[in-house]
Design a protein. Structure first.
Length: 111
């Protein structure tokens, strides 16, 4: 018996997908609106070829999700930048092969 291929090619793909499903299940977004927004992001990036669910696809997914959450005032672009910087620092400071962890204290305070 062969091992099935993973549904997602990277853990962060699964995480951002799960976050979006959670937002849908809690009434923060609905799929038709999400699909229209995501489709517009893909078109804007010229992603009209067959997509395999790789990094380019999920980078567009994250972009769409960030824009939607900012529009609804769930997060601000400044919040996103602060978290991105904190994750980048955590990634660069984590030994190779170890899981990257972000602690609350690692997130810079608002200026």
């Amino acid at each position: 018996m062969s091992t099935p291929e993973p549904v997602f090619t990277a853990p962060w793909h699964a995480q951002v997908f799960a976050m979006t499903v959670h937002l849908n299940e809690t009434g923060q977004l609905d799929w038709p609106d999400w699909a229209a927004r995501f489709g517009a992001t893909l078109r804007r990036h010229g992603m009209d070829r067959d997509l395999d669910g790789g990094d380019d696809y999920f980078a567009a997914w994250v972009e769409t999700l960030e824009a939607l959450l900012a529009e609804r005032a769930v997060v601000t672009p400044r919040d996103v930048k602060r978290l991105q910087a904190a994750w980048a620092r955590a990634y660069l400071e984590t030994p190779h092969g170890a899981p990257v962890r972000l602690r609350e204290r690692d997130i810079p305070a608002e200026p």
